[in-house]
Ligand binder design. Structure first.
Ligand code: BGC
Length: 778
């Protein structure tokens, strides 16, 4: 755990240069706009510890799989969102000395990510070997208004000398991924151009053939006035630059504006992409830095208006939650249904920017409650569009008749994961995709989604579950053998409770969805069943039997569900029995020892009780929580949030807060010693869940036959004075503020809103608020 980030409600601040933590700072200071993203690298040359990172959403490379023992069914490649051209680079040379913070003394260093306004700022004084002192101030952002553009204002001021300073802004496309399996380069050059103060380069990914055109344009100001300068174009392989040498006087500020655009063939024809890049550049240079920054600040203000969380009385917690919300907004905007959310977003190479079940299980509720409905819908449509590939994936593993197995890790719908115990066995992910459809429909009321897209996915997933279970003569029940549940510290187990439950639930929900679609649009239903050769009567007869006879392991004596068959044979002990210094166990124990132990990586049975809470009473939850929580090591960042929500529900406030703390500042404090690889973007949605579903008690209840309604059971953790969060529900925008004594619900929309607050119905008129006392509530 590190504590070097200054606590501030709106900014992430590194004061003083923490050379050894530079890669951590680069991760947490990442910028993005859903289309582009980059780590908080330096503009000037830096030969110290750094992971250069620039990413263009959706542009990936199929890196050839590397495994020890090849198993049939393994995917050939792992898709990676590539480290793309570095467009921030500006080399500074002062009379044969290069500015490189690794080789000079650094004073007054400050790097600051401003989350309120969406930019990264850095300032320092560099004392070169020659004794020359140079002050540098830089500010940059990836525009969320012009989402193919980024811009930098880089100001230098000699403090104790006059000199000719050579400035070389460049675009470097000779980039490699640090995590490349075979150390290959992924980019080829297509063409490049340089002109006065500008340069363009077009690169193409090997194998996948994506084109990315990156351009830069430079403007220079001295004494606040734009100046003309002589520039020397430079071209090497995959590299373009403009070099200019300027007379700089002591105390005079020289400002370099570097405008950049990144266009990809996801959106442009490769034949004209460079031309389009030039036009896009004209648009943004005409706007200029100040206007772009102003628009950026306004756009962020609009976002915060919709989804800020305000914590009074704890700056560390306030900074933590805003950091999570900020990074989620930087990663996915929902503008483009072909894009998704990688576990590290645009903040590093790990997990390759690919899509995991994290999106459906953890991220979807965040976007449902904080953004326009189309954002969450696009996440669902992404999977709908990949249904064909999921069916092919099922076929590769021997399933038939339209059975879909969605991949564990994917970019374009094809499976990329290649560890058998996960690729073939962690099939519960299929259930999360079905659950997301349910979650979306329940939250938004958009039942037509089932007609257009949802039902087709549900039937395909149900076909998979129907074939994956089989009848056990011995048990006289349906069983599912050889799976890995969400707890990846158990592999190849039989009858994982969570997987069996979510499989049977999917079958039930599919029946419900069929009935709904028949009523909503019988004609479309008819078209669908013809197209997918769905034999309703026959297929549903099997489905009904499975629902009725699925085996769900449990222990009657303890009154708990069993994570899997045989779980009680383990040597059961609490995590507190693990000797100090041996945690995390995945860094200290052999895999074999982990598998045989009772220790649980992440919520498994408790994940199921969280998804399907309406089907279990509180006492059942309590018994299972008391049984599993002490054995859970939370070595997945996705785990503590679920435990936090459950603890809140059970009134275990201290536990809920303890679990919340493990997620909220995970990256800011480098809790797991791995932030240098990138931030845990998908688990940030989990932090939001711990606040809004945990402390806020947000639920949507659907009673038979009635429209679903919003339910809130908020409380303010004892450590805070107040907690306020905003959510969108249907057409309403609400703010819920809870102190230790009362709750205020404010309705920003024109229409009245009816909800259930701590079990009492409440209607709040449009543009109005109501306060309810918490007296008597625990
Ligand atoms: C977790 C998975 C998760 C993946 C990506 C793993 O450590 O166990 O559940 O999908 O990380 O976040």
């Amino acid at each position: 755990m590190k504590n070097y980030i200054t606590q501030d409600p709106w900014c992430i601040i590194e004061e003083g240069f923490h050379r050894d933590y530079n890669e951590i700072s680069e991760s947490v200071m990442s910028l993005g706009n859903g289309r582009l993203g980059q780590r908080g690298n330096f503009e000037e040359k830096f030969t110290g510890k750094t992971l250069q990172g620039n990413y263009v959403a959706g542009v990936y490379y199929p890196d050839k799989t590397r495994v020890g023992w090849w198993k049939n069914g393994y995917p050939e490649y792992f898709a990676k969102v590539l480290n793309a051209a570095n467009w921030i680079g500006i080399d500074i040379d002062i009379e044969y000395e290069s500015l490189d913070l690794n080789h000079c003394e650094v004073r007054n260093f400050r790097r600051e990510l401003n989350m309120q306004e969406g930019y990264l700022e850095r300032s320092f004084v560099a004392i070169l070997k020659s004794g020359k002192e140079l002050q540098v101030n830089s500010k940059r952002f990836c525009s969320i208004v012009d989402d193919e553009a980024g811009v930098i204002r880089y100001a230098i001021k000699p403090l104790n000398f006059d000199a000719k300073i050579t400035i070389t802004p460049y675009i470097d496309g000779a980039i490699r991924n640090r995590d490349a399996n075979y150390d290959e380069t992924f980019w080829d050059e297509v063409r490049k151009e340089t002109g006065y103060g500008e340069a363009y380069i077009e690169l193409r990914t090997r194998k996948t053939g994506f084109h990315v055109a990156t351009g830069m344009a430079i403007e220079i100001e001295q004494d606040g006035v734009k100046i003309d300068y002589q520039s020397q174009p430079i071209k090497y392989e995959k590299y373009v630059a403009n070099r200019m040498t300027l007379d700089c006087r002591q105390g005079q500020e020289t400002v370099i504006y570097k405008y950049a655009v990144n266009l990809s063939s996801l959106n442009y024809d490769p034949d004209t992409i460079l031309l389009e890049a030039r036009q896009s550049m004209q648009r943004i240079t005409r706007k200029g830095f100040d206007k772009m920054l102003f628009e950026q600040m306004q756009a962020w203000a609009d976002k915060w208006k919709m989804n800020d969380i305000i914590i009074d009385g704890d700056v560390a917690a306030q900074q933590g939650i805003r950091f999570n919300i900020f990074q989620l907004n930087q990663t996915y905007t929902g503008e483009d249904e072909r894009l998704n959310i990688g576990p590290k977003g645009f903040t590093g190479e790990k997990y390759g920017g690919s899509t995991y079940w994290d999106t459906e299980a953890y991220c979807l509720p965040f976007y449902l409650s904080t953004a326009d409905q189309k954002v969450a819908k696009n996440l669902l449509v992404y999977r709908y569009k990949q249904l064909g590939k999921a069916i092919e994936n099922g076929q590769k593993l021997g399933f038939r008749a339209g059975a879909a197995l969605y991949p564990m890790v994917t970019m374009n719908g094809e499976e990329c994961h290649n560890e058998w115990e996960i690729t073939f066995e962690e099939i519960h992910r299929n259930g999360a995709i079905a659950y997301a459809i349910y979650d979306y429909v329940r939250y938004t009321g958009d039942e037509h989604y089932l007609v257009e897209y949802g039902l087709e996915v549900l039937i395909a997933i149900s076909r998979f579950w129907s074939q994956r279970v089989h009848w056990s003569q011995a048990k006289q029940q349906y069983v599912m053998l050889g799976v890995t549940g969400p707890n990846e510290y158990e592999n190849n187990v039989n009858n994982n409770w969570y997987t069996n439950y979510i499989a049977a639930w999917t079958l039930r929900y599919t029946i419900e969805a069929i009935e709904k679609v028949k009523v909503l649009d019988a004609e479309k239903y008819g078209d669908l069943i013809d197209r997918i050769h769905f034999r309703e009567e026959k297929e549903m007869a099997t489905v009904r039997q499975i629902i009725e006879k699925i085996y769900l392991p449990k222990d009657d004596e303890r009154g708990v569900f069993l994570q899997q068959e045989g779980f009680l044979d383990k040597d059961l002990m609490p995590v507190t029995d693990i000797p100090k210094g041996q945690r995390p166990i995945n860094q200290h124990w052999s895999w074999d020892r982990i598998l045989r132990s009772c220790f649980i990586k992440q919520a498994d049975v408790l994940q199921g009780l969280y998804f399907f809470e309406d089907e279990f009473d509180t006492e059942t939850l309590r018994r299972n929580f008391d049984f599993y929580e002490p054995m859970t090591v939370h070595e997945s960042s996705l785990s503590p949030c679920v435990h936090s929500i459950q603890a809140s529900k059970l009134g275990m406030r201290e536990k809920a807060y303890e679990m919340y703390l493990r997620t909220a500042r995970l990256d800011l404090d480098d809790y797991n010693n791995d932030t240098e690889d990138g931030c845990h973007i998908t688990s940030m949605a989990g932090t939001w869940l711990a606040v809004v579903k945990g402390f806020g008690g947000l639920r949507v209840e659907q009673e038979q036959g009635a429209d679903s309604q919003l339910v809130l059971n908020p409380y303010c953790p004892d450590q805070w004075q107040s907690l306020a969060f905003k959510i969108r529900f249907r057409s309403a925008l609400l703010q819920i503020t809870t102190t230790q004594t009362d709750i205020t619900v404010k309705n920003f929309s024109a229409q009245p809103v009816t909800l259930k607050l701590h079990d009492k119905a409440l209607t709040i008129k449009g543009q109005n608020q109501q306060t309810v006392s918490l007296k008597g509530k625990s």
